[in-house]
Design a binder for this molecule. Structure first.
Ligand code: DGJ
Length: 737
């Protein structure tokens, strides 16, 4: 094909299709099995060829006629001379394949080759609109099995893929690579949107064309795996997708540990996505009869741009993944930035009164409440010793929970149960519970070490931290679960095989979280990791919300929350109003309101007008939060390319919407000179637009008597009048009756 023109290529393509049809006709369907996985708009089509190889022959828009999937050419037959196994649904190594494998093994007899042939498949319904396909593959020479799983969510166009490996060889098998999924896309070019970051700098996007060869997204950090790079990404086909145009895949691992996603543009210009746990430092020894199951890789597809893809993910997350995804969320006052470690019972009692005064649902007590021999008065000591500090809290948490009740508010608490300070009683008592190299110096991240969750006793301890808190304080209403250190010197005193550490750690963490959810199914839990160091659906299935970043400068938060919003629904994004940044209180509050609202300010220091504003803001938020939590989100004006960032939420019936507008750049006094085109409304409905969350004494210039059709608001648009005098504007749109 080298040097062929476009027209020639098309002819060649036609020839391939005809060739395939002829082959199909002559060999008959007896030798090929076609397995389409269809969702509302898309299809992943697998086919077994006459060698019994399982290939992906199509991943794209659903065809109107299912039978026609059988006509899609099976690339393997056409290209086998070049690349051995082609578009394999799970590429083995050491045999006919020379591309990046999904699985690499050394058999019990020391042989390194693997061949996987189709044996059978089974498709079952596992819920309304949810089906599970499993496909059994076997090595024709070794007693080695792989089962591939495809869980598809019809309405949301989401597929979760994972694999399970087992064998009956005469000895152990070593798995050197074990991807969850091996997906294949076909286009002229591929465009990747990936993320990088650090503490207080999460979710920084980068977009580039994926060139031939392999681009890898990965983490080797262990616990706080996403600190530098999360596993979320987007791939657009042929050109970078925009908000409403272009074919796009959004994908992510459901795994809170090391991950590796290889994006390989192969010699035939296919994009192979091979995603799974990171095999870095982790060859896995599998005994005969044992089963090794990988976590899910999840993706959605859209042919209408990033906006639609993200709405599908939101719907999926709320319907199936996040704890209490269809429920509401609590507003709160957190004391972290208001006090840091410097508080006592009297101060907290005052803060509880402030919680009530502010009108939020809950007070969240952060770090610093525990440790006696080594009081937790800064981040050097006490972590691991979960008894209340008697000097700060002589009457314990129990009395604070009661005090909260007396004020008509709920009480929540911060913990970091996976970690330990070397200056702690826990460390003194159980040095063998700590992740560290026995013969090397300890090396700290935020003066702390990670506990060995591979050890069941440590799992019991961590579970006990939570269970104890709830047993002693049945009214406890919320937990913020933090995780501030990465894994240095990975070594478990418990495990016999150190190569299993990274996998066993995360499995241990999930065991604990599962136990917590069995006993406390509904309690709200915030997933925090020194900011957003651990935001992924593997963890989020146990949590109700996540902490995106310690950076609460509202200007920065607009950008971060914007990028997170592609992958996670607004009700899961904990956004707190703090003193970070130079923006006015209204701006800070308006930015926090685009997700789950909280405050981390000294309420008693607010002047009366600021206090009145905050109190009204909470009431305003309470009145619209159901739209933010459960409505469809539309991004209208991107902060990276415009002076004003705008995004909106529309309720299911398209009768009410909320639009958030923020000035992000004031060069040349630009502001919103142009109207913003709304989305998601009913073109035939009539709407009124009203500005909400005004600062006391400020009158809105927006005329609430005007009535516009949805058609007008979506095609001509509406100017929220954002400028240096009105840096943030929230609009409520309501169907006129
Ligand atoms: C890191 C978190 O991200 C903060 O919100 C706060 O809880 C501190 N840890 C407490 O140490």
């Amino acid at each position: 094909m080298r040097g062929t023109t476009k027209a020639n290529k098309r002819l060649y393509g036609l020839f391939l299709i005809i060739g395939q049809l002829v082959l199909f006709a002559t060999t008959g369907s007896a030798q090929t099995v076609t397995i389409p996985i269809e969702t509302a708009g898309h299809a992943l089509v697998l086919q077994v060829n006459n060698h019994k190889d399982l290939n992906i022959i199509y991943l794209g828009k659903k065809l109107a006629q299912k039978e026609e999937y059988g006509l899609i050419p099976n690339s393997y037959r056409q290209y086998s001379d070049y690349t051995g196994l082609y578009n394999s649904a799970y590429t083995p190594s050491g045999g006919r394949n020379l591309l990046e494998p999904a699985i690499t093994v050394t058999h019990a007899d020391g042989n390194n080759s693997l061949d996987l042939r189709y044996v059978s498949h089974k498709q079952t319904s596992v819920g309304e609109g949810v089906s599970l396909l499993s496909i059994l593959l076997q090595d024709p020479v070794y007693k080695f099995d792989v089962t591939l799983y495809f869980k598809s969510y019809f309405g949301e166009d989401v597929i979760e893929q994972w694999s399970s490996v087992s064998h009956n060889e005469k000895g152990n098998v070593i798995l050197y690579k074990y991807a969850s999924a091996n997906v294949c896309l076909k286009a002229d070019s591929y465009w990747l949107r990936q993320y990088h970051g650090d503490w207080a700098k999460e979710m920084q996007p980068e977009e580039s064309r994926i060139t031939h060869g392999i681009k890898t997204l990965d983490s080797k950090l262990g616990t706080r795996a996403n600190l530098f790079q999360p596993s979320m990404f987007m791939i657009s086909l042929d050109r970078p997708a925009t908000e409403d145009e272009g074919y796009v895949m959004m994908g992510s691992m459901e795994w809170s540990g090391n991950f590796k996603i290889d994006l390989e543009v192969d010699p035939q210009n296919n994009l192979r996505v091979i995603a799974g746990m990171n095999n870095y430092s982790s060859p896995y020894t599998l005994k005969p009869g044992e089963k090794f199951e990988t976590p899910a890789f999840l993706y959605t597809l859209s042919s209408n741009g990033k906006g639609e893809a993200s709405r599908k993910l939101h719907a999926w997350a709320r319907n199936y993944k996040i704890t209490d995804g269809k429920g509401s969320r609590l507003t709160l006052l957190n004391n972290w930035e208001a006090t840091y470690f410097d508080f006592n019972e009297n101060k907290l009692v005052e803060l509880l009164k402030d919680t009530k005064k502010l009108g939020v649902d809950l007070f969240l007590l952060d770090d610093g409440w525990f440790g006696n021999k080594y009081p937790r008065n800064d981040d050097h000591a006490g972590l691991g010793d979960w008894g209340e500090n008697r000097q700060k809290l002589p009457n314990g948490i129990v009395s604070l929970v009661k005090e909260a009740q007396a004020n008509g508010v709920k009480f929540g608490i911060w913990i970091e149960p996976e970690m330990v300070n070397p200056k702690s009683e826990l460390y003194e008592k159980h040095p063998d519970w700590v992740v560290r190299q026995p013969k090397r110096d300890e090396y700290y991240f935020r003066n702390q070490l990670v506990l060995d969750l591979a050890n069941p006793k440590v799992q019991d301890f961590v579970y006990g931290v939570v269970d104890d808190l709830f047993s002693k304080n049945p009214q406890l209403a919320y937990i913020k679960w933090d995780c501030n250190a990465v894994v240095y010197n990975a070594h478990s005193a418990y495990l016999k095989n150190q190569n299993h550490f990274h996998i066993k750690y995360v499995e241990g963490l999930y065991n604990v979280l599962k136990r917590i959810r069995v006993k406390y199914p509904d309690v709200p839990l915030m997933l925090c990791s020194g900011g957003g160091g651990r935001v992924d659906y593997g963890a989020l299935q146990y949590f109700t919300e996540y902490w995106p970043s310690d950076n609460t400068d509202p200007l920065e938060r607009i950008f971060m929350q914007w990028e997170y919003s592609y992958f996670y629904p607004a009700l899961s994004s904990s956004n707190h109003v703090t003193d970070w940044g130079k923006q006015p209180l209204k701006f800070r509050t308006d930015v926090a309101m685009m997700g789950k609202l909280g405050f981390d300010i000294v309420v008693s220091k607010l002047n009366p007008t600021d206090l009145a504003f905050c109190q009204n803001a909470v009431k305003t938020y309470d009145a619209v939060k159901h739209i933010i939590f459960q409505g469809d989100q539309y991004r209208l004006s991107d902060p990276r390319s415009n002076s004003v960032a705008s995004l909106m939420y529309v309720n299911h019936y398209k009768t009410t919407a909320v639009v958030f507008n923020y000035l992000v750049n004031n060069r040349y006094e630009e502001g919103s000179k142009m109207p913003v085109r709304f989305k998601g409304l009913d073109p035939a409905k009539k709407y009124r637009v009203k500005e909400i969350n005004l600062y006391p004494g400020v009158n809105s210039s927006i005329d609430t008597d005007m009535v516009y059709s949805g058609d007008f608001l979506m095609n001509v648009g509406f100017n929220p009048v954002v400028n240096s005098g009105r840096t943030s504007v929230i609009l409520k749109i309501e169907a006129a009756v």
